[in-house]
Design a protein around this ligand. Structure first.
Ligand SMILES: [Zn+2]
Length: 279
């Protein structure tokens, strides 16, 4: 089986330059491709370097994440265009809106998001979108602005269940993170059951969104010695466990349990969805 990570940050500085080790662990776990999302101008060169180093595995994506809008230099748009021009197969992301993190300037976020969404639409590139507590504004922008014809990804979708069908009609795909396996994420799990079968994707979001320890452990789950291993990577600065991209298989196992679908069927469905969106 081949597994596809629709959203991670392999370039993240918390991985402390040990990306070769992470990739070596991903290979035997069946990770076939991963979309590696830049979040600010400063990390785009690392994303491009990973794509050059692992061309069969890494799908590079360049964007300004809403948390880093204030760090944009005056040249950010020209720099973004240059990375897209110079990097074959590049996508746009991570972009979005965030009203959850305090102290962010919402109008500035909207301007940066809309500029990048229009660029994705003009070039017909898949866009990976982050949205926290801003679903009303996000929906209005997605409805009124041009969108990429190939579609776009709502990563770790945690918006209202009622919006899923309308967003799908606009071209949305929805990626499920392992973090939603935590007991308190029942609402998000129920929401993902409403995602159209041809719009589901799976993500690790590594180094963030670690799965709960001891997965799979949902109600009715049996002790299974073939259960995928959970990898962790210790944050060198804090000593806390980070999510590891090789946990993709464990996220697929969680998804198979959530949807009551045999893993091979789920893997084939997600592969088709990933190929349709990311080419
Ligand atoms: Zn992310």
């Amino acid at each position: 089986m081949r597994f596809y990570d629709a959203h991670n940050h392999l370039q993240d500085e918390r991985f402390a330059g040990r990306q070769a080790e992470l990739v070596a662990a991903c290979r035997p776990e069946g990770v076939a491709a991963m979309v590696v999302n830049g979040a600010c101008e400063a990390d785009w060169p690392q994303v491009a370097a990973l794509a050059r180093q692992y061309p069969d595995l890494v799908r590079p994506s360049f964007g300004v994440h809403p948390w880093y809008v204030a760090e944009c230099t005056p040249a950010w748009q020209a720099t973004l265009v240059r990375w897209l021009d110079e990097t074959p197969g590049a996508a746009i992301g991570e972009i979005g809106l965030d009203r959850w993190k305090p102290g962010l300037d919402l109008p500035a976020q909207e301007a940066v998001f809309v500029w990048q969404l229009r660029l994705a639409a003009a070039r017909n590139l898949p866009a990976s979108i982050h949205c926290l507590q801003a679903w009303g504004g996000m929906f209005d922008l997605l409805r009124s602005e041009p969108r990429p014809a190939c579609g776009f990804l709502l990563h770790s979708y945690g918006g209202p269940v009622d919006m899923v069908a309308q967003l799908a009609k606009l071209g949305a795909y929805f990626s499920l993170p392992g973090y939603f396996a935590h007991a308190r994420k029942q609402r998000q799990r129920d929401t993902f059951r409403a995602v159209p079968p041809d719009r589901l994707l799976i993500e690790t979001d590594a180094p963030d969104q670690l799965l709960p320890a001891g997965r799979p452990a949902g109600p009715g789950a049996s002790a299974d010695e073939t259960a995928p291993r959970i990898y962790t990577f210790e944050d060198p600065a804090t000593g806390k466990p980070l999510n590891h991209p090789a946990n993709l298989r464990a996220v697929y196992a969680f998804a198979a349990e959530l949807f009551g679908e045999p893993l091979p069927a789920l893997a084939a469905r997600v592969e088709a969805n990933f190929s349709r969106l990311f080419g």
